[in-house]
Design a protein around this ligand. Structure first.
Ligand SMILES: Nc1ncnc2c1ncn2[C@@H]1O[C@H](COP(=O)(O)OP(=O)(O)O)[C@@H](O)[C@H]1O
Ligand SMILES: [Mg+2]
Length: 277
């Protein structure tokens, strides 16, 4: 199984990206699970119209005898499975976080890909998920601020999260979210991240009012408005991630395949005039 932890500052779009990347992977044929690792303010299930799940990650954390599958919900429209958190304050206190790693390991084994949402900032409460994961995606929201303060913010946050990922042997990538800047300054930020911080940028997702609208309807935007800018950009990021994680090869068209077959044939035949083709 492949596990990806999603990190970043509050409001950057971690939960939105978890729900939508889960949807992307399910749409392209993987068995995909999303887990709400934001233990104190769980919101992931809202993206799938689940508001008060009776069984959830918190009931699992509190109850050793419960079977993990009992707390997993299936979204029939996207085929994504969801392990939600509890919205009840009572469930959130006195958690045994050591069990979290075991729960994620047990349930994750049933899926091709597990995407784990995290609390804000450095996810101390869910660090056990870093031990299981192979990838960390840091979501960055670029505010409308001068370029040098963006660099400072990146140095402050991304470098810390990246070194945490490095310490656990995770491959680290970045998604820029809610991008409104002119493409010029975005290119500067991408260059800074890739060449100075040395972390690949997997996606650049525009600010798009249909994203909060979709969440209000309890749907991932990829399902609610597949053709809107944010959905296209998230799907593109999903494609890059797919290649990164599963080593998916670029699909070749029939003409390219015919050309390759012809070249292979010429290589085998010994007709000099044909070889010149
Ligand atoms: N690309 C986007 N365009 C517009 N709004 C967005 C975008 N991504 C996220 N949002 C909104 O930003 C807010 C915070 O997103 P959320 O995913 O909850 O962040 P986090 O989990 O990092 O705290 C939500 O209201 C969400 O709808
Ligand atoms: Mg969140």
């Amino acid at each position: 199984m492949v596990s990806v932890v999603i990190t970043g500052r509050g409001g950057a779009g971690k939960t939105t990206m978890t729900a939508n990347l889960g949807t992307y992977f399910s749409r392209v044929g993987y068995r995909s699970l999303v887990i709400d690792g934001d233990l104190y303010l769980p919101k992931l299930a809202f993206h799938f119209g689940i508001y008060n799940p009776q069984y959830n990650l918190h009931t699992l954390l509190k109850n050793q005898d419960m079977r993990v599958v009992e707390a997993v919900y299936h979204d029939p429209k996207t085929s994504v499975d969801i392990l939600p958190g509890s919205s009840k304050l009572y469930d959130v206190i006195d958690l045994d976080q050591r069990r979290l790693g075991d729960i994620v390991r047990e349930i994750g084994a049933r899926y091709n890909i597990t995407i784990i949402d995290s609390p804000v900032g450095i996810p101390f409460d869910t660090i056990s998920t870093f031990r299981l994961a192979q990838y960390q995606l840091i979501i960055i929201e670029i505010e409308r601020c001068p370029i040098h303060s963006v660099h400072r913010m990146i140095e402050n946050e991304v470098i810390k999260l990246k070194s945490l990922g490095d310490a656990y042997g995770l491959k680290v990538g970045v998604i820029l979210n809610k991008v409104r800047e002119s493409s010029e300054s975005v290119n500067d930020i991408v260059d800074f991240l890739e060449y100075s911080v040395e972390v690949p940028v997997v996606g650049v997702v525009p600010f798009d009012h249909r994203v909060p609208e979709a969440t209000n309807y309890g749907r991932p935007v990829l399902d609610y408005a597949p053709r809107t800018g944010a959905s296209k950009a998230i799907a593109e990021a999903g494609g890059i991630l797919d290649e990164w994680v599963f080593g998916k090869k670029e699909k070749k068209g029939p003409l390219a395949r015919l050309y390759e077959a012809l070249l292979a044939l010429l290589h085998r035949t010994n007709v000099p005039s044909l070889k010149k083709l």
